[in-house]
Ligand binder design. Structure first.
Ligand code: COI
Length: 355
């Protein structure tokens, strides 16, 4: 391991790389990690100097609050390589802002911008060869923070660890995605943590999603917890519906994650003069549109999933198949988004940031 310190970040470079053992053609999402990771510890009010070091397991006290009370948050971001071998981030300011909003909601300390942004850029620079120049390939970036402070008293910890790990990625879903509309379980409630990227929001979905998987559905479209009449989001994705020529998506709220891909797609659609209506969408409207033939498309959006067409949905044990689309709006919007991300089209929005 070679050590190298600059003013702000300590870099301990790995002497070997795993990259030659990775089958980049057959990556399954989130299972392979690059050679390095970033660690920055917070001890009683002070952030220490971040360290970039070889990717490896670390020791943690069994009483750390992350294990007992789930005090943990994360972000999902991606880096893309263009034809000149330059690497780009997509709207990292949005993820940074949301990360600190999540931190506040979980009573965790805010991470300084220099640690998050400079740390991420230095880490990616070091593992740059893991980003492939090919549309559909990217480097998934997972910043996260856990409560490392010991003690099983149910109160916020005094010690935290912020980390960034990187994973070369292709598609999140392989194969067709069918969804089931939630009638009983809920993802989030008013006043809860639904708008935060809190680890518990995801683990709370595992059981109902497992039941959905057993019935042949990959995801659940969550409905509002109080009445189960409004369509909200799909857990790993925000969700869009095209009825006739209008694109509908629910407004973000205390229950719905403010997805970066979601808001980017809305901006792109509006630029293309596609009608977008951001308003609560009733389950009964969806059923009526499916029955009268005006429902054209449903798709999910998210950093990991990008834009994922949904082929059909189930509600009250009835399955509704969506019409097959030759040139779906989902795939058109996905191409426009990817063109910006991979620098194949002019970034008129100023969203891309070079590393
Ligand atoms: C993302 O899209 O980045 C997410 O955080 C969703 C996660 C379940 C992979």
């Amino acid at each position: 391991m070679s050590n190298n310190a600059n003013d702000n970040i300590i870099i301990k470079k790995s002497e070997t790389s795993k990259i030659d053992s990775v089958d980049f053609e057959n990556l399954s999402f989130g299972n392979v990690f690059t050679d390095h990771m970033l660690i920055c510890d917070y001890k009683q009010g002070i952030w220490e100097k971040p360290v970039i070091q070889p990717y490896e397991p670390f020791l943690i006290d069994p009483s750390a609050k992350v294990f007992h009370y789930g005090q943990a948050i994360f972000e999902g971001m991606k880096a893309y390589k263009d034809g000149n071998d330059d690497v780009w981030l997509f709207r990292p300011d949005q993820n940074y802002e949301r990360f600190n909003k999540s931190a506040k909601r979980l009573a965790m300390p805010e991470v300084p911008e220099a640690v998050f942004m400079e740390g991420m850029k230095k880490l990616i620079e070091l593992d740059k060869q893991w980003v492939k120049n090919e549309v559909g390939s990217s480097l998934y970036i997972r910043p996260f923070m856990i409560a490392t402070g010991p003690g099983v008293v149910a109160a916020p910890a005094q010690f935290y660890r912020f980390m960034i790990i990187l994973s070369p990625a292709k598609a999140y879903y392989s194969g067709e995605v069918k969804v089931i509309v939630a009638e009983h379980y809920s993802r989030a409630a008013n006043g809860g943590i639904g708008a935060a990227k809190a680890a518990g929001n995801y683990s709370a979905q595992f059981y109902p999603t497992k039941l959905a998987n057993e019935m042949g559905y990959q995801q659940i479209i969550w409905t509002d917890d109080a009445t189960h009449t409004r369509l909200e989001e799909a857990g790993t994705m925000n969700v869009f519906f095209r009825i006739n020529d209008t694109l509908y998506t629910a407004p973000t709220s205390e229950r719905i994650l403010d997805g970066v891909t979601r808001k980017s797609l809305i901006a792109i659609a509006e630029r293309e003069n596609i009608k977008v209506d951001v308003r609560p969408i009733l389950v009964e409207e969806l059923i009526a549109a499916a029955e009268n033939g005006t429902l054209q498309e449903i798709f999910g959006s998210g950093t990991a999933a990008v834009v994922n067409p949904i082929v059909g949905f189930s509600y009250k044990e009835k399955y509704y198949e969506l019409p097959k689309q030759e040139n779906s709006l989902a795939l058109q919007l996905k191409a426009m988004l990817n063109n910006i991300q991979y620098k194949l089209a002019e970034d008129t929005f100023g969203w891309t940031v070079k590393i």
